[in-house]
Design a protein around this ligand. Structure first.
Ligand SMILES: *Cc1c(COP(=O)(O)O)cnc(C)c1O
Length: 339
């Protein structure tokens, strides 16, 4: 039994999902004639209380499109030092949009409105890049699945308004945050100009992301998607998976969170663990003390066919997901308790 906890992207479509995919009514989405894609886009736009939503092959392309919509070459984006757009999108912000990132030194990928205020370059000081966009991630990936305090986000929104800055949410795992917090998708829609969400992570789809926003920005999104090579044809087969996931898999995220909490509890008691980051959703980040080196520890797990991620700088990562079932969970906890 292989237990793959490297990421929540390793899930495979379930039988139920595959069946609705096969049954999907499709058309040429480049002509906007795919009714299943149109249905998913309309549903997700409505969920967030926005006028527009557009289907993308990846979260990276959705984020990159958002950055392009908000900025001109030479501009600057404010984001956390852990941000996915800075660390894990291949340098796309500079390549695709010609922008630089001003990195904030946040806590677990989250910063304050005050930090944003201090990072804005004065717009009339033409020597420095023009600050145009603030980007946040919820939940934070490199920050260990942490959820933002909605009150702080409201304060950041104020700063954006006062300074005419765009506000983008990388919501690859927003579904996880929504499942543990009080706020709704609509609350997030009211706060952000653009939001990207992924279907290929906790929701268990093979592929698919959506960018959501208001008319004034989103009217250009389809052109940028085309320019990035993301125009797709009979893609309703994939959108059908997204619709299925909203109906069936969204409510299962809580199970991933419970399992991650169990893993946190077990690791905290383990003789080989130095520190476990607080677990809020489905990501567990921890460091080892000197009982085992990282390589030795990962090899011990591998000898039990358990796969986890090494994030560097001593940080190890476990991500729970839809395909990580109860019997795997029992087995894993047993191994972790007895190493
Ligand atoms: C996974 C992820 C993305 C998008 O990744 P793709 O692999 O391009 O779909 C974006 N932001 C965060 C925080 C992520 O974890």
């Amino acid at each position: 039994m292989k237990i793959d906890l490297r990421s929540d992207t390793v899930t495979k479509p379930s039988q139920g999902m595959l069946e609705v995919m096969l049954d999907a009514k499709v058309g040429d989405d480049v002509y906007k004639e795919d009714e299943t894609v149109n249905k998913l886009e309309t549903r997700v736009a409505k969920l967030f209380g926005k006028s527009h939503a557009l289907f993308f092959p990846s979260g990276t392309m959705a984020n990159q499109t958002a950055i392009k919509l908000h900025t001109n070459p030479g501009d600057q984006v404010i984001c956390d030092k852990y941000a996915h757009i800075f660390n894990y999108e291949g340098g796309g912000a500079s390549f695709n949009s010609g922008v630089s990132c001003k990195l904030l030194d946040g806590e677990r990928g989250m910063f304050t409105a005050k930090q944003v205020e201090e990072a804005i370059n004065p717009p009339d000081f033409y020597h420095s890049p023009l600050t145009r966009l603030v980007e946040i991630e919820n939940t934070t990936n490199k920050g260990g699945g942490a959820c933002w305090d909605f009150e702080e986000l409201k304060k950041i929104k104020k700063v954006c308004e006062v300074n005419s800055l765009g506000f983008h949410l990388d919501g690859a795992r927003l579904w996880n945050a929504l499942s543990v917090k009080e706020e709704t998708a609509e609350d997030y829609g009211a706060l952000f100009d653009t939001i990207s969400v992924c279907f290929s992570k906790g929701l268990g789809c093979p592929i698919g992301s959506i960018l959501i926003g208001d008319e004034y920005l989103m009217k250009n999104a389809i052109r940028i998607r085309k320019l990035f090579g993301g125009g797709m044809r009979q893609v309703g087969f994939l959108a059908a998976a997204g619709l299925y996931a909203l109906d069936n898999n969204m409510k299962l995220l809580k199970q991933d969170h419970i399992k991650a909490k169990d893993i946190e509890t077990t690791l905290k008691k383990a003789s080989y663990v130095e520190k476990v980051e607080p677990v809020e959703t489905n990501i567990v980040i921890f460091t080892l003390n000197n009982k085992y080196s990282e390589d030795r520890f990962l090899n011990l797990l591998l000898s039990n066919n358990i796969h986890i991620s090494n994030m560097g700088q001593g940080k190890l990562r476990i991500v729970t997901h839809l395909d990580y079932n109860s019997s795997m969970h029992v087995f894993l906890l047993d191994i972790l308790s007895n190493l």
